[in-house]
Design a binder for this molecule. Structure first.
Ligand code: MIG
Length: 775
């Protein structure tokens, strides 16, 4: 690997300031003169290139899926006085001062939120900023992909996609750039989406306590305020704005095994055999960069993978899907007979500098050029190139290095990371923009090209797409993993708040490399990580070149047994988890949730980063330290049951959970309903022959979602939902099962309803209404 000193988002060429934004109408002075960044670095803003100056900026948001004018108009009232204009809805009041552009918002009880400071907004050459008041007891979540704990109060968060390998809890720029946050206090929550593709930054009371600064190196201060008052409503609206994920194939919810690299056909066959011989469920094997011929994208190494079609067919017969990595860097090979380079040059698909020269940098294939994914014809071409992979049976694509990560010199030569020159033009002729404006979009646009290509090539089947870089709205095209983490307890710990904040930022299908990517896990770390990995929406083990092997069986019998048990549990929970994916696809709801998502009025959840909810009912309190066999667990208000022992607690309370290595503490809410399938070695396309509904005493309701798990028929109504209700009636517990809805046909199957600690009833499920009495 090449070194990667932290690098500010500046180009080398000492670009000039050429943008002078207008002052506000009242002839006011420039009221903001902050340092743009530490160290006297230069301005990176380049004005839009398209005709009409700032025209087209809006159209280049690339995040917003619903134009403002298409939103449903809710009833409101406008009041105007000499000082201000007030807009009132049934839930909030917005007040805009006339003498200066200050916005204040109030909830129904008159409490302010998302309100401007006295210094409300300002401009300077190359930057625009706004200042909001941080209210008492307010906490901040989301911000896309972030290290550290949950609440980002007193931190600075920059939005600039970066290959942040070697990241730690102090790292700022990450692979993803999502300028969205949720502010929460015990009264209410609201969200802010900062709609800028330029470099942007939030200072959440770091420079000045009580003041939040949002700044963009672009010409407009454009942001959305989304009132809750609950986090769930904010995320629903935010994902209405920026889009939701399509329902992935069900097999993508199984266990994925990855390594850099399973470098040959023989190694891959051996790997697959081990999983089946050892009865450890696995659905997906990922092939890292060594499957290619000399790192040329869309090729196969004839030596290592002489017959990929045969290999993939054999793996398919054994229940495995194969995912291949694709990097954006195309090998620069003018004399090489490398079709992709030749076609790309011929059609002028690669990024050029402002002077019109082909831009090149260094990545795995050595000297490389980069497609301009902002152009629709380039995306289409790139999408179609995946045919070389789908033709041999590839079912999913893993997009890496798309920040984009580029070195200035050949790898191994100690080069630094660089970006395209910030004045390099990108996008279609009619809508040209500089790299300063489009840098953050590179991963999003690559994922879009990939997802749309796969959609065409595999039109009957859902595909799996994974990306490292992305921007607001990335959930529309791809799942996301958290890049190069480390085999360290701290990284296991950090994975939970990281994934929770991604979920709060509209990206539900996320995961971290189980076991850690860089470095060597110990048996104990690996066992604990597999337990936690069972909760990750994307459950993938991965490890880097020249580290120890990290497969579930390499650490000896005890660890292997733990891995098998927790991967089995994942497969048992799949009907529940698949339903969570359906919810995420239809409402944007996170799959993995911090407790504050469901208990936003409970201050004790505001910093609770080391307990998570998988869906509404199942809570985990993992162990993430060596040698630890006990841990404190917070149980919020309500009744909680220990998943393993059935023991019952009345929250709010703290307990000390016993957690020997074999056990990750798990709890279910009273009234929780969880659908359980029999363990399978891989996600079969066959419908379930039996289903167990585990229901915990109390009152609750849950809807099970089912479909064929792989086609697009569900979009035509071929799905099935079954609503379950549980409640107490005197001494009895009643379970009501509504008639199944939807057109997906499920052949008769056995359903076992277990009211935990009370009893079990079984019946042949034909989709009709039932009422069961227990106790
Ligand atoms: O320069 O493809 O984050 O998952 O195994 C490293 C090799 C490139 C970085 C990814 C990692 C992947 C690795 N890649």
């Amino acid at each position: 690997m090449f070194p990667n000193p932290p690098q500010p988002p500046l180009s080398k060429g000492g670009q000039e300031i050429i943008y002078q934004p207008p002052l506000s109408k009242g002839g006011q002075e420039i009221i903001y003169q902050p340092p743009l960044s530490k160290g006297g670095q230069e301005i990176i803003y380049q004005p839009p290139l398209s005709k009409g100056g700032q025209g087209g900026v809006e159209s280049r948001s690339h995040s917003i899926t619903v134009p403002d004018e298409e939103w449903e108009i809710i009833p409101f009232e406008v009041r105007e006085t000499d000082e201000k204009i007030e807009i009132e809805t049934s839930q909030i009041l917005i007040s805009v001062k006339r003498d200066r552009p200050a916005i204040e918002c109030f909830d129904k009880s008159g409490k302010p939120f998302a309100s401007d400071c006295d210094r409300s907004m300002g401009w300077r050459a190359g930057a625009t900023a706004g200042w909001k008041r941080i209210e008492a007891d307010e906490h901040f979540y989301g911000f896309g992909q972030r290290t550290g704990f949950l609440d980002k109060l007193s931190e600075v968060k920059t939005n600039w996609t970066t290959d942040s390998l070697d990241y730690n809890s102090l790292t700022d720029e990450m692979y993803q750039a999502i300028a969205f946050y949720i502010a929460l206090n015990p009264d209410r929550a609201y969200g802010i989406f900062f709609n800028t593709t330029f470099w942007s930054q939030f200072d959440i009371g770091a420079e000045q306590p009580g003041v939040l600064r949002m700044e963009t190196r672009g010409p407009e201060l454009d942001y959305y305020i989304i009132y809750g008052p609950e986090p769930a409503q904010i995320i629903a609206t935010y994902t209405q704005l920026t889009g939701r994920m399509p329902l992935p194939p069900k097999w993508a919810l199984g266990y994925h095994q990855c390594r850099w690299s399973y470098e040959s056909e023989d190694v891959v066959r051996e790997l697959a055999k081990e999983f089946r011989d050892r009865a450890i469920p696995c659905d997906v094997i990922h092939l890292d960069i060594d499957y290619m011929r000399g790192y040329r994208v869309f090729t196969w190494s004839p030596k290592r993978f002489p017959d990929p079609a045969k290999l993939i067919a054999d793996l398919k017969a054994a229940g495995f899907k194969v995912v291949t990595i694709v990097d954006p860097g195309v090998k620069y090979e003018p004399e090489g007979d490398y079709e992709i380079f030749d076609r790309g040059v011929e059609n002028d698909y690669f990024v050029r500098t402002a002077e019109g020269k082909l831009f090149h940098g260094y990545v795995w294939p050595d000297k490389a050029v980069f497609p301009d994914f902002l152009r629709p014809e380039v995306r289409q071409w790139w999408g179609e190139l995946h045919k070389t992979l789908t033709d041999v049976g590839i079912a999913g694509i893993w997009n890496d290095m798309n920040e984009p990560a580029i070195a200035e010199r050949p790898f191994g030569d100690g080069g630094e990371h660089i970006s395209f020159p910030l004045d390099a033009p990108q996008g279609p002729e009619s809508d040209r923009a500089t790299h300063a404006q489009t840098h953050n979009l590179y991963g999003l646009m690559m994922a879009k090209a990939c997802a749309q290509g796969l959609q065409k090539l595999r039109s009957a089947d859902r595909s799996f797409v994974l990306t490292r870089s992305g921007f607001a709205g990335i959930q529309r095209y791809s799942s996301v993993w958290m890049g190069d983490n480390q085999s360290q307890w701290e990284h296991l710990e950090m994975s939970l708040p990281m994934l929770c904040n991604m979920g709060l930022s509209g990206v539900a299908f996320v995961g971290c490399d189980i076991g850690g990517f860089a470095g060597n896990a110990t048996a104990e770390l690996f066992a604990r990580w597999m337990q936690v990995g069972m909760l990750y929406p994307l459950m993938r083990g991965h490890s880097a070149m020249s580290t120890a092997q990290h497969e579930p069986w390499v650490f000896g019998d005890r660890t292997e047994k733990i891995c098998r048990e927790y991967i089995n549990l994942r497969y048992q929970l799949l009907p529940y988890i698949y339903t969570l994916f359906w919810e995420a696809a239809t409402t944007g709801t996170p799959i993995l949730r911090p407790l504050l998502y469901h208990f936003p009025r409970d201050r004790a959840t505001y910093h609770l980063y080391d307990q998570v909810l998988l869906g509404p009912s199942l809570m985990a309190a993992p162990v993430y330290r060596p040698g630890v066999e006990h841990r404190a667990v917070y149980l919020p208000e309500g009744t909680w049951y220990d998943w393993w022992t059935g023991e019952c607690y009345d929250g709010p309370m703290h307990i000390l959970a016993h957690a020997p290595l074999e056990r990750m503490p798990l709890y279910v809410r009273g009234g929780g309903i969880i659908a359980i399938a029999p363990v399978r070695q891989f996600v079969s396309e066959e419908p379930l022959e039996s289903l167990k509904m585990r229901i915990w005493p109390g009152s609750g309701e849950w809807t099970l979602y089912e479909d064929d798990g792989h086609s697009f028929e569900h979009q035509k109504g071929v799905w099935a939902t079954t609503n379950y209700k549980v409640y107490l009636e005197g001494e009895k517990i009643i379970v009501e099962i509504a008639a199944r809805e939807g057109q997906f046909l499920i052949s008769e199957r056995e359903v076992i309803v277990e009211v935990v600690g009370v009893g079990e009833q079984r019946f042949t499920d034909d989709g009709t209404v039932r009422r069961l009495t227990f106790g």
